[in-house]
Design a protein around this ligand. Structure first.
Ligand code: CO
Length: 211
């Protein structure tokens, strides 16, 4: 395990290594950011956004919370989406869930989790929307995996429901919303291939904020 003081040693070594490759590395970073991707993922320490995507500083705008939830009254995630689309003009918004997600596991238990209840309710609602499909899955492990995928899909819909995404997409063809699952056991990133155009049309039957 890395100790507290080692973090600062690591940082010095990292600065040295970066500068040995490019003497102006940090000066260039300080000039600003122009990322094409917004990544919304879980806070889980095993699921690192940049590392699993193979991206460098400046290439992805990141928001993480427990179980990668996009709540419509969460000012934090809504600010991130608005800034990423309006100001950074990202081309892709990714919701990235992961197998073995503790947040989703907790939501599957019928238990009072105190202050976590309103947060986990978002996932319990996903379970309720898809109850008929999930109840047919006999293996608890398979049901858990499926709920993780369905949660990603529902959070993608929550992103598509926002006015800023609908307006920018209709005007510029971007951003496109994607759903991914990271499989911790294999390291593989799985694209759930959520049909963005189709989902947008469905959403706009009820939540048309694009005009
Ligand atoms: Co998680």
């Amino acid at each position: 395990m890395t100790t507290y003081n080692e973090i600062f040693k690591n940082n010095k070594a990292w600065v040295k290594e970066r500068l040995s490759i490019d003497a102006n590395y940090f000066e260039k970073l300080a000039e600003g950011q122009d990322p094409d991707f917004l990544y919304i993922g879980c806070s889980d320490s095993r699921v690192t956004a940049e590392e699993l995507m193979g991206l460098k500083p400046g290439e992805v705008f990141v928001h993480r919370n427990i179980a990668n939830i996009v709540g419509n009254n969460d000012l934090n995630v809504m600010s991130v989406i608005n800034y990423a689309v309006n100001n950074l003009k990202v081309k892709h918004i990714v919701i990235c869930g992961h197998y073995y997600c503790g947040g989703v596991k907790a939501a599957m238990q019928s238990e009072d989790m105190g202050i976590l209840n309103p947060w986990l309710r978002n996932i319990r609602d996903v379970f309720r929307f898809h109850k008929s499909e999930l109840k047919l899955i006999e293996s608890e492990d398979a049901r858990y995996r499926r709920l993780i995928e369905l949660n990603v899909e529902e959070q993608c819909l929550n992103v598509i429901k926002t006015a800023v995404v609908q307006r920018y997409y209709l005007r510029t063809g971007y951003p496109i919303v994607h759903g991914w699952v990271f499989d911790i056991k294999s390291g593989e990133l799985i694209d759930l291939k959520i049909p963005f155009e189709e989902k947008l049309k469905e959403i706009q039957e009820v939540y048309n904020l694009g005009s």
